[in-house]
Design a binder for this molecule. Structure first.
Ligand SMILES: O=C(CO)COP(=O)(O)O
Length: 262
């Protein structure tokens, strides 16, 4: 992590926890972090519940003034109209979401999201002042054929088509082979790709945006391995799946500074 970027620890709940479970979880997470005197100004913590939980999380966060950010796991490329089942960026903005995850590998693979769809969703997020967390990452096969950075770099280039240099974005490098496998990338591997992604940001959006944009690592992150990633200069946080559903584990990941010895 670099000192000029506030680290972001983001919990992607995927298809887990209904709205009642979400209320209990977020409340307990806030207590747990508060008890541990979490440095909320120094490390941002965000949760990404299913759509149907967002109103409950918003109400809880607002009424108890919890210092926890939240966002959605996806959004529509469209703002309104005949798109059955879709959720627009306008709706998410109205629910005070700060962020929206875009182009997660599960959406690319299971829901056939192409680079073009991802780029359109990034545009939709920015139209509504949501910060897109743009996910990129290679499969094990890509890694073997193309090496470590080629696919993530190409995906980021495609996702940024039409994005101007004023954009507030987050990039998440999630190697597909590391997601849910228990086999995380090494900190070195994560740093190598994060550095290549930052070079794309410099080229397409300029030095200032590249310097302030956070690049997260995701894929089998847990309390036991977060410190290694956070010691790397181009890794500014984590996008956590499975471990974000375990309160103690997620709270411990959020306190990575203690593990790093900062
Ligand atoms: O997909 C992920 C986060 O978006 C990572 O999932 P795991 O942390 O379960 O590997």
């Amino acid at each position: 992590m670099a000192l000029n970027r506030t680290p972001l620890i983001a919990g992607n709940w995927k298809l887990n926890l209904d709205h009642l479970q979400a209320i209990a979880f977020v409340q307990k997470l806030a207590w747990s972090l508060d008890d541990a005197k979490h440095d909320f100004a120094g490390v941002e913590v965000a949760v990404f519940p299913p759509f149907t939980d967002l109103r409950s999380v918003q109400t809880l966060v607002a009424s108890d003034k919890l210092p926890i950010a939240f966002g959605a796991q996806d959004l529509s490329a469209h703002d309104s109209g005949a798109y059955t089942g879709e959720i627009s960026g306008a709706f998410l903005a109205k629910l005070e979401c700060s962020y929206v995850i875009i182009g997660h590998s599960e959406r690319r693979t299971l829901h056939n999201e192409t680079d073009e769809v991802v780029a359109a969703k990034v545009q939709a997020a920015l139209r509504h002042s949501l910060v897109p967390i743009i996910c990129v990452g290679e499969t094990a096969e890509d890694l073997e054929i193309h090496g470590p950075s080629a696919v993530p770099v190409a995906q980021l280039r495609a996702a940024l088509a039409g994005v101007t240099s004023a954009a507030d974005i987050v990039v998440a490098y999630e190697p597909v082979w590391a997601i849910g496998s228990g086999q995380a990338a090494t900190p070195d591997q994560a740093e190598q790709v994060a550095a290549a992604l930052r070079a794309v940001l410099v080229e397409l959006l300029g030095d200032d945006v590249a310097a302030k944009t956070r690049i997260l690592y995701g894929g089998s992150v847990k309390a036991a391995n977060i410190a290694g990633f956070m010691r790397e200069p181009n890794v500014d946080g984590a996008l956590v799946g499975g471990a974000s559903l375990d309160l103690d584990e997620f709270a411990s990941i959020s306190r990575f500074k203690q593990h790093v010895g900062l």
